[in-house]
Write a protein that binds this ligand. Structure first.
Ligand code: MRU
Length: 359
């Protein structure tokens, strides 16, 4: 990637393969912004936990991590099997186990299936050759991810004018996607290409990805960012400070309904009220061709203690109080102005524009 103003942030090594190939190295995102700590994932349970507990998170970064995890685990079987078919068979249970760590972001199953297909496609080749091909496949997923992130950011930046205020939700920047990012990628791209942007970052309850990660990344890149609580989005829109909303996505249905971090659909409803364009940005790997509408998207439910106690010195509710903690919601396609992918900007009607991406 070219050396740009944001390079210290957008070149961050959030997910990488250890040089020896025996571990996946990630930045533990749960420790940010207070500590930048790299951890190594070698065993399948560590990998599962890292994804489940959001040490690595953001749909594209989960996909890249999953590709490398598949390769690292496959190394453990390669000496015990003779060919690609047997290697894929030996890996199948591990693959399904990793896939069960989080249900909503389609990039997880997309990357794992791609790795399995790469092994199956070499059914009769010696296991050692197949292993080398799997490493190449995982690296290709990573490289493609960086390219798509740059292209989405370039296209998304074309929707922002110099001096615009942009409201964003959750984290879809370099930590979540590698490279520039998706939902926040245009902000870095615009900044690097001389446009001034003023960003309002929703803190994103309950896990605070907006506060801990987005405001950290933007601030480190020297971009003007103001952190707000989620329930303040309405007032900054009413004040006339927001000219566009930009968010990432975890799974997009073929009618344009888009699952993203809980609270996203509320932002879209507010944006519609105030006549502000609402853009969803994500790679084509996040568009689920097997998913006709948002009703077909599984929404992850998480531990109620994320609401009651996490991030607080003392509990914020009695232990017996019931909590409902869906991790994502689905923004109805009628609220979305455009979906920006690496292959182009899709406008309504999304049934046609999204389908055209795959023709
Ligand atoms: O639960 P998370 O932190 O993995 O949720 C992340 C989001 O919802 C992002 O906005 C989405 O993955 C798009 S990121 C590129």
């Amino acid at each position: 990637m070219e050396d740009t103003k944001s390079a210290g942030v957008t070149n961050i090594d959030a997910v990488e393969l250890a040089p020896e190939g025996d571990a996946v190295i990630i930045i533990d995102q749960t420790l940010l912004p207070n500590e930048v700590k790299h951890i190594e994932l070698r065993e399948r349970q560590q990998m599962f936990d890292a994804i489940k507990l959001l040490k690595v998170r953001g749909a594209p970064a989960i996909g890249v991590c999953a590709g490398y995890c598949y390769y690292v685990l496959a190394r453990g079987y390669a000496g015990k099997v003779s060919n690609g078919a047997e290697l894929a068979g030996a890996m199948h249970e591990d693959k399904e186990f990793l896939n069960s760590s989080r249900p909503t972001a389609v990039n997880l199953s997309w990357a794992l299936n791609r790795m399995e297909e790469a092994a199956k496609a070499r059914a009769d080749e010696p296991a050692s050759d197949v292993l080398a091909a799997l490493r190449d496949e995982a690296v290709a997923i990573h490289q493609e991810d960086l390219k798509m992130s740059e292209e989405i950011s370039r296209l998304g930046a074309s929707l922002i004018k110099d001096g615009d205020g942009v409201l964003t939700h959750c984290n879809a920047g370099p930590l979540a996607c590698l490279g520039y990012g998706t939902g926040q990628g245009p902000l870095f791209y615009a900044h690097d290409h001389g446009k001034e942007v003023h960003v309002f970052a929703d803190e994103t309850r309950p896990l605070l990805q907006g506060a801990r990660l987005t405001s950290y990344e933007l601030s480190r890149a020297g971009i003007d960012v103001t952190l707000i609580c989620d329930n303040m989005a309405s007032i900054v829109m009413k004040n006339g400070w927001v000219q566009a909303c930009m968010v990432g996505c975890d799974r997009v249905a073929m009618n344009g309904d888009a699952a993203n971090k809980i609270g996203t659909s509320g932002v879209a409803i507010l944006a519609k009220h105030y006549g502000i364009p609402f853009y969803v940005l994500g790679p084509t790997s996040t568009i689920d061709r097997n998913c006709p509408t948002g009703d077909d998207i599984t929404i992850e439910l998480r531990d109620p203690d994320e609401i009651r106690t996490m991030w607080y010195a003392k509990p914020m509710a009695l232990p017996e109080v019931k909590c409902y903690n869906p991790s994502f919601d689905v923004t109805d396609h009628t609220l979305i102005s455009a979906i920006v992918t690496e292959k182009g900007i899709c406008y309504p009607p999304f049934e046609q524009s999204l389908a055209a991406l795959f023709e």
